[in-house]
Design a protein around this ligand. Sequence first.
Ligand SMILES: Cc1cc2nc3c(=O)[nH]c(=O)nc-3n(C[C@H](O)[C@H](O)[C@H](O)COP(=O)(O)OP(=O)(O)OC[C@H]3O[C@@H](n4cnc5c(N)ncnc54)[C@H](O)[C@@H]3O)c2cc1C
Length: 572
Amino acid sequence: MADRLKKVQKALIKKDFTGIECTEVRNCIRLEGEMDNWTDIVKAGRAAAKFGYKGVLNDISLKGFTEPAIRAPKISDHSLEGTTPDVMIIGGGVIGCSIARELTRYQLNVLLVDKESDVAMQASSRNDGMIHPGIASHPGTLRGEMNVRGNEMYTQICDELSIPFERWSNLILYSEHFFGFASRFVFARRQRLLGVEGHRVNLKKLHEIEPNITDKAIGAFEFPSSGVLSPYKLTVAFAENAVENGAKVSLDTIVTGMDVEQGKITAVHTNRGTVRPKAVINAAGTFCDKIAQMADDRFFTIHPRKGHLAILDKKQGPLVQRSMGLIGLSQAFSDTKGGGVMRTIDGNVLVGPDAFEQPYREDFSTKRENIDKMLDKHLPLIKGFSKADVITYFAGVRAATYEEEFIIEGSERVQNLIHAAGIQSPGLASAPAIAEEITKITIDRLSKVMDVHKNDKFNPRRRVTPVMAKLSLEEKQAAIEKNPDYGIVVCRCEGISRGEIIDAINSPIPATSIDAIKRRIRPGMGRCQGGFCMPLITGIICEQTGMKPSEVTKSGEGSQLLFEKDGVNVNA
Ligand SMILES: Cc1cc2nc3c(=O)[nH]c(=O)nc-3n(C[C@H](O)[C@H](O)[C@H](O)COP(=O)(O)OP(=O)(O)OC[C@H]3O[C@@H](n4cnc5c(N)ncnc54)[C@H](O)[C@@H]3O)c2cc1C
């Protein structure tokens, strides 16, 4: 038996994980067996990841647990049957959408598919929207490299896509001199090796720049390049600009299988027909290992890591200027950032996230005990924050691999498959850099089978429509004179007009559900959480699309708001 394999077995036994069978499969380590609890399964996978294998195939099953089927659209048609795109991207999160835009810099026929009814429905709309400075990553990792590079790119990208973006900076706070002392060395090393700017802030200065910080913190490290934006607006903007430059987006489209012949994907099966792309990009978030498996190229396993976030009312926004969190021993030396509080680009406050392992890839439910724990941990950081300020909460799932590293590479086994996989945090901050890397690899692979030319007509600037709440009085007047719909306020909390809702419905990625409109322009995100405006928006969707009220959904299939009884609409 190979030495390495013996070492893995010894490491598992040392942790009291007995009865686990370990085998080597194509330079990967495979674990099989059964265990009673999920945390131990994850621990076993992480232990096995320390021995230099390409990846861990963790096939240990959880006693009594059957993995739920992937959430799939019910629709089935032939709209993609026989199509032959140059590149097919699987996944319409921030990674897939940023790659789609980047690829339209070339004269390529690009098709992006996602199984959901809109882009940004999974991790890419369920995160903090923080463009991390990169200091939380280990030097020499792709996560660190992509984060720092992606962060640098955001000023230009947000300008091109007309996405509000602010570099409000990040404070890593400490509550004990020991952490301040120890972190100084950790951060100094990371700053030097990763190229992140940062400095120490003493208590006096800390109270000057953030006067509402309580005595929980006695000092901080500040990282000025840290930014904040709306992650779903960004993802939509990437997708819209890709479409404006010629890409096609097919939503409600799930990839169910692939044909692979002589090391090449020859067909991709979907609920809308079989597609025959020249190249396939795997950007399927928590399902990226399943996509790899479909192409017989499984060399990693995703262990879904859930995170909860709570949103505080906008009136508390002015109490914090920066994102901040208290460092503990675990964050100083580990992969997790530990969460905190931050002002969002829209002026609310976000609290969280936490991080806990669960076997579900698509369980976005929130648990009261997690939310309470998180609020108890972070709210005491700021004078004036209380649980009564919470207006809503949500959860997202990170696509972590056992190696805790991004996978950004052309497949070693399948000529026309490229992976953008394991993109957990800081995937949002890293997205533009990942898109550049994946594009380079894709062009390189495609160039072996076709001529690839630059697209001289590529326009990096997205079309812009008025955002009434951000305009001056004169600009508002001018917009309303041109189109009186901009003068009719539909969402009172956020000041969103009928004209803006119509623009969203008729945009390059049409928003035809309540949540899709919410993600683009925020009606329903205020204190009343849509109580007043939802019926009005439903009416506008019907008027613009010809849908019946009973066809309008909150968030895609199965979330109808109204049901029809004998031809009469009744409330759900
Ligand atoms: C709570 C939380 C907080 C976070 N905070 C931050 C942060 O502040 N900053 C940061 O940089 N990162 C953050 N992250 C990480 C960031 O959100 C992710 O790295 C990023 O969104 C991943 O994007 P993605 O496109 O790879 O995945 P996703 O957004 O999950 O997209 C994958 C898509 O693939 C689709 N798909 C899957 N299988 C199939 C199939 N078979 N057929 C068709 N479609 C399929 C899914 O429907 C999904 O839309 C956070 C994550 C979480 C969960």
